[in-house]
Ligand binder design. Structure first.
Ligand code: PRP
Ligand code: MN
Ligand code: MG
Length: 179
């Protein structure tokens, strides 16, 4: 375990099993339909790459780069689109892939932003969900794990842009982010 991590909240094996389950569910739900996965970078990078390999129906992928947190541990409330989609989504079934829904501000902003382009459907798949932190309602369609209000890193999630490469979801030691 990494020295800055206090505990492993979700192990590699647990992640793998959940990602497989989500992939199978998505494959069933979208069978015979068009599907565009939209990964929200940077956090969703690992989840997206593992999840798409567990989906066995034809699909396309695209990415957005969005940032709301800056370098702190809590959201600034301001969502910035640093990279938009490369192609139009009108009439398409869009599935947004996120690593975590925390306050909900990022996905609330993004769903409004993308709904303007008239996709056929717009759904949300997140690996982690912290409902206790929600500031604005977000309808999550595919949900990996409901987690407590602990500062988690790894499997794409960062603190100060570090720890994204940890293969598990870990709880960061408080002394690491305490000012
Ligand atoms: C994090 C995380 C989600 C979002 C969730 O991204 O990856 O995208 O915050 O928080 P919210 O529900 O409170 O909006 P961040 O803005 O830190 O960018 P990153 O993905 O590059 O780390
Ligand atoms: Mn993110
Ligand atoms: Mg971040």
């Amino acid at each position: 375990m990494h020295q800055d991590v206090a505990e492993i909240l979700i192990s590699e094996e647990e992640i793998r099993a959940k990602v497989k389950e989500l992939g199978q569910q998505i494959s069933r739900d979208y069978a015979g339909q068009d599907l565009l996965l939209v990964g929200i970078l940077r956090g969703a990078m690992l989840f997206m790459s593992d999840l798409m390999r567990e989906i066995d129906i034809p699909l396309n992928i695209d990415f957005m780069v969005v940032s709301s947190y800056g370098s702190g541990t809590s959201t600034s409330g301001e969502v910035r689109v640093l990279k938009d989609l490369d192609r139009g989504i009108e009439g398409r079934n869009v599935l947004l892939i996120e690593d975590i829904v925390d306050t909900g501000l990022t996905l609330n902003y993004l769903t409004k932003y993308l709904a303007n382009r008239h996709p056929k459907s717009l759904k949300i798949c997140t690996l982690l969900n912290k409902p206790s932190r929600r500031q604005i309602e977000v309808k999550v369609d595919y949900n990996g794990f409901i987690i407590p209000d602990k500062f988690v890193v790894g499997y794409g999630l960062d603190y100060n842009e570090y720890y994204r490469n940890l293969p598990y979801i870990g709880v960061l030691k408080p002394e690491i982010y305490r000012e």
